[in-house]
Ligand binder design. Structure first.
Ligand code: GTP
Ligand code: SPV
Ligand code: MN
Length: 589
């Protein structure tokens, strides 16, 4: 036992009585304990140790083919009143859900060990950090939580002996039965129950379940924000650093943007980019009235496919030690890993992500699952920010929304003001990706990239954004929208993307500092095409002009789609947003 906190001890006892594990192991975070667990997982085949020279401390893990992504249709927000969960979330009353799940947990850990994982989301001692405890029967979960969070006995420091302010997470693999899989949140009880999955987003309960779903609910009640946002710093040649936070839906480029390598034109002048976070931001007004952000996580749970030396060298470097790979291909010649888009040299003697023999040179099948992931320590990242552990967080100058849109959305535009920015975020749409089960490539509304992660009524969430803007006043970050994914008639991406996205960020920062003019369009302020630097690119200002084009016909359709989307929120949609939509339609004529 690592704490005297009676609330923790009482709850752990109750869950032991329910799950009936053979043993209980409190995770103190020590290397000795983690090493023993690594050895045990290796012995049982749960984890496969990779080449100790080329990938020291790295392991491969495979999940069942029916268990490779988040399951939005089996994810629930259980509030007493149905309307508090809102129209976007699956809802069930807490009483009914506890009654349904309790028998499923009864005795589920017989013959197994229950691991008690104390962890902190956010730097230990930070005023923005929060404590969680996850109970699980999975060593994979323990070893991932060791990378993704500040895990172990120190996490209890923030809690003290009497506080009840910790999130109670209960996870069991059970039989990994997809028919009985539930990812359930009880925001009113600070509680998460997850059962019958072993895939990251469903079982690393500190991540989406706590740091977004429960935390968004807490933030609404406590005056802060939990967002699906990367945080990065851009350092200018004078050594001044400005920070931006950006929300893109799952597998739409947060990890890539967060660690981008500046193009030569900026690098040679001395510009640098620093990564504070790649997936989640907790944001709160600071003493000076500006909005400050911490990354509650301690590692990256990043998409493997497409990650390579050119697209994201910093992410790749982050995965060269102490990393857990999930559902990638195994190169049998040298015990290394491979995924689509890593290089043009797939292994001939390999196992695919399901563990079947696979020849990358001849096979039509994919070696890695499209949602295969790496769990890498943030400290491995060559451009990890010196402010990564700053308990106060970093001040945010700009907030950026974006998604995958083949046509409608231009490369970049700025909202007229905060309220209009909230409208822009609330109407985001993007093509779906492999990060969740279901169809891929279908455009859907994904407000603020939070559709799968908002722990309460989405209309109230928009209201919270508006309130935060009121509170921040003229110190509020400026709000922008970007789209790296416009395609030509053959379906090819027009914008080079990746490191070159910095060219757009530079315009954004210039706007924040009032250094550059803009063009007023019906949807917001746009750059003059020549204000996006194309030096060293194969495309010129004419292509930028195309990428910035706003097609009134498409945008009228878009406005009609927004109206339909908004209708479901009824009178919980803030009037300000209705007004914004009317104003957009008027501007479009
Ligand atoms: P989650 O971890 O699921 O929340 O996703 P993420 O937003 O961090 O996604 P990530 O950065 O891992 O992006 C995944 C996919 O987006 C990969 O297929 C990348 O190749 C692609 N991608 C990222 N940035 C760009 C870009 O600038 N242009 C293009 N065309 N593709 C990009
Ligand atoms: C996402 O899907 O947005 C992720 C991966 O970041 S998961 O942790 O599985 O949610
Ligand atoms: Mn994510």
């Amino acid at each position: 036992m690592l704490t005297k906190n009676q609330n923790v001890l009482k709850w752990v006892d109750e869950m032991i009585a329910l799950c009936k594990p053979d043993q209980v192991l409190w995770i103190d975070g020590s290397e000795e304990q983690l090493d023993a667990l690594r050895a045990e997982a290796t012995a049982t085949g749960e984890m496969y140790p990779l080449n100790p020279e080329k990938l020291p401390g790295c392991y491969l893990h495979r999940t069942l083919p029916n268990d490779v992504a988040r399951v939005e249709d089996r994810t629930f927000i259980c509030t007493t009143k149905e309307e508090d969960a809102g129209p976007i979330n699956n809802w069930c009353s807490p009483a009914e859900m506890y009654a349904k799940l309790t028998p499923m947990y009864d005795g589920v850990m017989k013959g197994r060990t229950m691991y008690v994982i104390p962890y902190s989301m956010g730097p230990i001692g930070s005023p923005l950090a929060k404590v969680g405890v996850e109970l699980t029967d999975s060593i994979y979960v323990v070893l991932n939580m060791a990378i993704m969070t500040r895990m172990g006995k120190d996490a209890f420091e923030n809690l003290g002996d009497t506080s009840d302010d910790f999130v109670r997470g209960l996870h069991s693999k059970a039989d990994i039965d997809p028919e009985k899989r539930y990812i359930v949140h009880f925001p009113e009880d600070n509680t998460i129950w997850s059962i019958n999955s072993a895939y990251g987003g469903n079982v690393l309960l500190g991540k989406k379940c706590f740091a977004l779903r429960i935390a968004s609910y807490q933030g609404k009640n406590e005056g802060w924000m939990a967002e699906h946002m990367l945080i990065l710093g851009i350092e200018n040649p004078k050594g001044e650093v400005k920070y931006v936070a950006a929300a893109f839906p799952s597998a739409c480029g947060k990890t890539n943007l967060a660690m981008l390598v500046p193009p030569e034109i900026y690098a040679k002048q001395g510009y640098k980019v620093w990564c504070v976070g790649d997936d989640i931001a907790w944001l709160k007004p600071g003493k000076d009235g500006r909005l400050y952000a911490i990354n509650p996580e301690n590692g990256f749970f990043g998409v493997a496919p497409g990650t390579n030396q050119k697209s994201n060298p910093n992410a790749l470097a982050s995965t060269r030690k102490g990393t857990i790979f999930t559902n990638v291909a195994l190169n049998l010649d040298d015990d290394t890993v491979w995924w689509e888009g890593l290089d043009k040299n797939p292994p001939e003697h390999a196992l695919d992500w399901t563990g079947k023999p696979w020849n990358g040179k001849t096979s039509e099948e994919k070696g890695a699952h499209p949602n295969s992931r790496f769990t890498a320590p943030a400290k491995n990242c060559p451009c990890v920010s010196p402010e990564f552990d700053n308990p106060q967080g970093v001040p945010i100058s700009a907030m950026i929304f974006g998604g995958r849109r083949a046509k409608t959305a231009p490369l970049v535009y700025q909202s007229f003001d905060w309220k209009h920015g909230v409208f822009v975020g609330s109407t985001m749409a993007s093509e779906t990706t492999a990060a969740a089960t279901g169809a891929v490539g279908v455009v859907r509304r994904d407000p603020m990239a939070m559709r799968p992660f908002c722990g309460y009524h989405m209309g109230d969430y928009f209201g919270h954004w508006l309130e935060m803007g009121e509170k921040l006043g003229d110190k509020a970050p400026k709000i922008f929208n970007v789209n790296w994914f416009r395609t030509d008639d053959e379906g090819h991406f027009i914008w080079p993307g990746f490191g070159d996205n910095m060219r757009v960020l530079m315009w954004i920062l210039d706007r924040c500092e009032d250094k550059v003019d803009a063009v007023t369009t019906p949807i917001g302020f746009e750059p003059k095409p020549e204000d996006i630097n194309t030096e060293g690119l194969s495309i010129g200002t004419d292509v930028i002009a195309d990428l910035l084009n706003v097609d009134p016909a498409l945008w009228k359709e878009e406005a009609a789609g927004i109206r339909e989307f908004y209708a479901q929120f009824g009178d919980r949609l803030p009037q300000e947003l209705r007004d914004q939509l009317d104003a957009l339609e008027k501007r479009l004529g």
